[in-house]
Design a protein around this ligand. Sequence first.
Ligand code: LRH
Ligand code: MN
Ligand code: MN
Length: 393
Amino acid sequence: MTATTPVLDARLRKALGEQTIELPSWAFGNSGTRFKVFGTPGTPRDPYEKIADAAQVHRYTGLAPRVSLHVPWDLVDDFSDLARHAKEHGVTIGMINSNLFQDDDYKLGSLTHSDPAVRRKAVAHHVQCIDVMRATGSKELKVWLPDGTNYPGQDSIRARQDRLAESLAEIYAELDDDHRMVLEYKFFEPAFYHTDVPDWGTSLLHCLALGEKANVVLDTGHHAPGTNIEFIVAQLLRQGRLGAFDFNSRFYADDDLMAGAADPFQLFRIMHEIVQADALRPESGVNFMLDQCHNIEEKIPGQIRSVMNVQEATAKALLVDAEALDAAQRAGDVLGANGVLMDAYNTDVRGLLADLRVEQGRDADPMKAFAASGYAERIAAERVGGQQAGWGA
Ligand code: LRH
Ligand code: MN
Ligand code: MN
């Protein structure tokens, strides 16, 4: 197949123009492993500065108009003032993430704990998060459960599921009519024997029991090596239950590296399922979010690179010749069908996306434009004593 130059036609312009990617506030804080957290000059000292940095990503890419908060990492006195600050910077507050993994009371579990007082505390924390949603205009509560056990027999797997279902129902009952809740799964860590929400099936079962406002979050780093993630995407989309992504890359476990860095082909295959299901449209209800940490690289350019990687994968997925693919699939043409997909994946879309940015009045190269802006040097000079993302704080 000879390479062709892709053209920015009306269909691509519309689909790519509507795409939005949500940024995690914690990507702008210092982070690391349990071995070391390295500091970066200019790291935000508070949630206001994290939002200002996130707004830079939106400014140069036009793709990232929302910032997701983590409570209590992003606690402020007045959340409506934080929302006003975000608006002033051209962004809005996205999902509110609860935190059940840094409190001594949750050592043996939070929403699943055998002690009703601990469960009540964990539910009350979500009520606090829902209040933050009301104050900031956020419509989505994101729950990730670190609960699990380290040893067989440590606790009853079955009783913990029952307690979890009850706790989740109490949280769900607190949501406003226009709120949604999303439940994230992860197969291991911090628990190493069993995890209470380890997979999409468990998350989906709880969401189905809760009601229509509850959907599944798929964090790309939360699967066993070799898992076919696009299959899960297709399945959840069929059920109308894919609430959000946490995009990141992994080589080994939950590495939280830049999206599209480890396996751009996987990201393309995921976006192909999204495009096929017409789920790229904002009304599809799928929130395309990043969940990453920049341990050694600079944070703002790290986020810019990541959203550009998601955009490139999306553009390639939009270039798949759907008619040719369908014809080849129906004809049982194995190599032909695979060839149609690979043609799209192997297309260089960088020029097309540069054209789109220029049409939108932006610089063709967001990485270069940010570097030339002087912002990184300015914050490095102005900010002293930046915050950790949350871990080990
Ligand atoms: C858990 C997780 C979850 C948390 C985030 C900081 O590993 O992916 O989404 O909120 O990391
Ligand atoms: Mn996540
Ligand atoms: Mn994770």
